[in-house]
Write a protein that binds this ligand. Structure first.
Ligand SMILES: C[S@@+](CC[C@H](N)C(=O)[O-])C[C@H]1O[C@@H](n2cnc3c(N)ncnc32)[C@H](O)[C@@H]1O
Length: 244
């Protein structure tokens, strides 16, 4: 599997105490290959969960991070940011994706790791809400679980048994690319399937089975056609985007 040298600096036990899906630092490190982050930039970490991606962004790139999540409280995340010594750079925010408290054009960049599929598959979300948060010429990046291609019935036969909840927003890279591109608001810079997605997913799946009783292992093992993907997409907002 591909190496993620920045992530190797972080304690594995700390990562697995705080991850909420396939190693978020691997996914973020891959995404950061396509986003230009500089100290002092303001970055939205949307759906940050327990905030380890926000800590990583502050430590690795010296950016100021607004660590936004719904399921995890801001108070809990603040404690983690203090423990990690980044509370001056990372601000925990508890807010739902459709009721965000930020000014339009506030962020230099907005990233989202294993979260955007929960709300962003709605066609109006990007043009009417999310894209407005970032300034013109600013950057976007997401990594989402998805599929290698679209299926007529929305899901592959091999995975039917496990298909539930947010999996209905699992889509192909071309589907995601089209979703943003057709708005005319951004230029897509990359959109691709990560290599060996199941190898990336397995450590979390095993941990989640042992600790939470989740069935990610069965889900991955049932994917005999290798349809499951982890999709990386980045984009730059146009200098003069259309008014929406
Ligand atoms: C699978 S977890 C991933 C968390 C973290 N990024 C990680 O990889 O460990 C998905 C995250 O998306 C957030 N989320 C889901 N729906 C949301 C919504 N409607 N508004 C804001 N956040 C949401 C949840 O709070 C949750 O922490």
């Amino acid at each position: 599997m591909k190496k993620y040298p920045r992530t190797e600096k972080y304690d594995n036990e700390w990562i697995s105490e705080n991850w909420m899906g396939p190693n978020p630092l691997w996914l973020l490190e891959e995404l950061c290959e396509h986003i230009d982050l500089k100290p002092g930039m303001k970055v939205l970490d949307m759906g940050c969960g327990k905030g380890i991606t926000s800590i990583f962004l502050a430590k690795e790139f010296g950016v100021t991070v607004f660590a936004n999540d719904l399921w995890i409280s801001a108070t809990e995340n603040l404690q983690r940011f203090e423990n990690a010594g980044v509370a001056e750079l990372v601000f925990p925010i508890h807010a739902e994706a459709h009721a965000l408290p930020y000014a339009e054009g506030f962020f230099d960049a907005a990233i989202s790791i294993d979260s955007y599929q929960y709300y962003g598959a709605d066609e109006t979300y990007f043009p009417c809400i999310y894209s407005k948060l970032v300034k013109n010429d600013g950057q976007f990046g997401i990594v989402v679980p998805g599929l290698k291609r679209e299926f007529e019935k929305g899901y592959p036969d091999t995975l039917k048994e496990h298909w539930e909840g947010d999996m209905f927003s699992f889509h192909s890279k071309n589907w995601w690319k089209h979703l943003w591109e057709k708005t005319g608001i951004v230029d897509i810079t990359v959109c691709y399937d990560m290599e060996e997605p199941k190898d990336i997913w397995y450590p979390w799946a095993k941990w989640a089975k042992d600790n939470l009783g989740f069935n990610d292992m069965e889900f991955l093992n049932s994917d005999t056609n290798n349809d499951i993907s982890l999709i990386v997409m980045s984009a730059i907002k146009k200098a003069t985007p259309p008014a929406v």
